[in-house]
Design a protein around this ligand. Sequence first.
Ligand SMILES: [Ca+2]
Ligand SMILES: [Ca+2]
Length: 128
Amino acid sequence: MEPTKWPEAEVACQSHGRNSHLASIHSAEENDFIFHLMGKPLDYTKGRAYWIGAHDTFKEGSFMWTDGSKYNFRTFPADQPDGLPGENYLGSWTLQNGFVTWNDYGASWSFPFVCKYTLRNSCRDPCV
Ligand SMILES: [Ca+2]
Ligand SMILES: [Ca+2]
């Protein structure tokens, strides 16, 4: 998907169907799968990163997935999420031990993104 700001990316995902949202991630395997699917981007300063479906716009520090699934997996380096003002949207960040981590970004960033949707309300991983 074309580089887009996080709120518009979520809206774009929702336009694909009733159960479609920015991707939620629930395991290291799913995280790695999406990283490869997105072409292993590793330079956010050049737009080489991607949005995922978690935000903490309702309560600072409390991330939630836009698809309503449980926030039961996370992968951050030691210095993220740093909760800077307006940094409420999760996207891919840098590698740690060979696996991609996440960062909370501000609303001004534009990145490609990955949507996820469920079929018949039953979805097996990776379900992207
Ligand atoms: Ca925040
Ligand atoms: Ca941050």
